[in-house]
Design a binder for this molecule. Structure first.
Ligand code: GLC
Ligand code: MG
Length: 431
């Protein structure tokens, strides 16, 4: 298989590929608590990360996409499509797809687009960061948009250029090569996966605005327009896809709408661990260490926020899951027994009560080492007030019963600060 897909974590046929827009689809800018995003994150890491693909498809350039990742608790996607389907990148280090770049170069003349657009004073150029090799972007008021799009199209056609114009959010106008766009980029990705024999069992596309419309016309995908979808997307749907039963307009906003669609189309588990008050008592329906990791950290968050009961049996139950000889290596290098750490957790009950404290895990990747042992690596994020920290964490888990259906025992744990996200005062850093 080609290295970029391996880098993106594609190793067998993905069970589900979620292709989601970010602004006002995955991310709700009106939800400062990021409630539904965190619900999606827990659902994904507990049930999908190990066998599915997460693709973000955004209008943002790499610069402001990275900015958003710092501001919001977004998961790491396996594949990132940026700048309205003109830039495709794989894995955490965003390795660019150069074949896609070459394809977009065909019959594209960026200078000609900027020259022609200059003749329309109604078109206000967007910031420098949003001008990309295959994307020229402007702002234009809603009431002038139709007329200018028509005139600009005519003048670009006269020059024999292959281009497309996309209007989004009732304000942004992008000019792209004809072969670009979110839909074409997805079709290209699906074709690549097919060549490798790795077609996803199901694909769900998620969007809210004009530049997402194309996603919904890719053959054989399910689609969700989130409840807060923009007028131009709803209009596109009414004109083009009204009778398509594979597309819904969710009644829930943003990421909650995505979860709703997973349930509506029966694409797999659709109950977020965050929606289950006693999640720590839940047994997974399949043997998946990701479920165990999400379960522990959700309990940990709720414990410190006093959202679970503080009872002796509760802690004793937890201790049973930790091997008496198990060791925790703290990011500072200090070593402690796992049982000591659980005891220390006792005294932190409710210390974050009423304060903003959220914990989520990202990139949970389990590797089975033997019939009963897993090494699980993941990023553990903690938001406390306005401070955000991350540890790259590795744990060794073993199954309690013969096949892990009785749960896991934690045998070892090791943490390292993620570069740039460490803590200065780590005196009360636990797990
Ligand atoms: C994002 C981009 C912007 C683009 C808009 C619509 O906001 O930053 O450049 O015009 O999406 O596609
Ligand atoms: Mg959007």
């Amino acid at each position: 298989m080609c290295p970029s897909l391996i880098m993106a974590g594609v190793n067998s046929c993905p069970r589900l590929m979620v292709v989601s827009d970010l602004d006002l689809t995955m991310v709700d800018h009106y939800d400062s608590e990021n409630h539904s995003l965190l619900r999606f994150n827990a659902l994904w890491e507990a049930n999908y990360r190990h066998n599915s693909l997460l693709v973000f498809s955004t209008g943002r350039s790499p610069t402001i996409y990275k900015q958003l990742r710092k501001e919001k608790p977004l998961l790491s996607p396996d594949i990132t499509v940026m700048s309205v389907g003109t830039e495709i990148a794989y894995g955490e280090s965003l390795v660019p797809d150069n074949d896609w770049v070459e394809f977009l170069n065909q019959n594209w003349d960026r200078n000609m687009v900027t020259e022609e657009a200059r003749k329309f004073p109604e078109l206000i150029p967007q910031s420098e960061t949003e001008q990309r090799p295959h994307k020229v972007s402007f702002y234009i008021e809603k009431d002038k948009a139709d007329e200018v799009i028509k005139a600009l199209s005519e003048s670009l056609e006269k020059h024999g250029l292959d281009f497309k114009i996309i209007y989004s959010g009732g304000i942004a106008l992008d000019v792209l090569p004809q072969g670009a766009g979110k839909g074409q980029a997805l079709a290209y990705l699906l074709k690549r996966l097919k060549t490798e024999g790795k077609v996803p069992d199901n694909t769900l596309v998620c969007g809210d605005s004009g530049n997402d419309a194309e996603l919904f016309s890719v053959p054989e995908v399910y689609g969700v327009m989130v409840s807060n979808a923009q007028e131009e997307l709803l209009q596109w749907y009414a004109d083009n896809a009204k009778n398509n039963p594979n597309i819904i307009h969710a009644t829930e906003r943003c990421a909650a709408g995505i979860i709703q669609a997973i349930g509506h189309f029966s694409l797999g588990p659709n109950t977020s661990p965050r929606d289950v008050p006693h999640f720590s008592e839940c047994k997974p329906d399949n043997v998946n260490p990701g479920h165990e990791i999400v379960k522990f950290y959700l309990f940990y968050e709720r414990w410190r926020c006093a959202e679970v009961e503080d009872t002796d049996p509760c802690m004793e139950n937890l201790k049973v899951d930790y091997h008496p000889a198990g060791v925790f290596v703290h990011p500072s290098g200090v070593e402690r027994s796992l049982h000591d750490c659980i005891n220390a957790m006792r005294s932190c009950y409710g210390d974050k009560q009423g304060r903003k404290f959220r914990v989520w895990v990202d990139r949970v990747s389990p590797v089975q080492m033997s019939s009963d042992t897993w090494i699980v690596k993941f990023d553990k994020w903690e938001l406390s007030g306005d401070e955000r920290h991350c540890c790259i964490t590795t744990v060794v888990l073993s199954s309690k019963g013969g096949d892990a259906s009785d749960g896991f025992t934690w045998r070892h744990m090791h943490q390292t600060w993620l570069e740039g996200w460490g803590v200065k005062d780590h005196s009360n850093w636990l797990f």
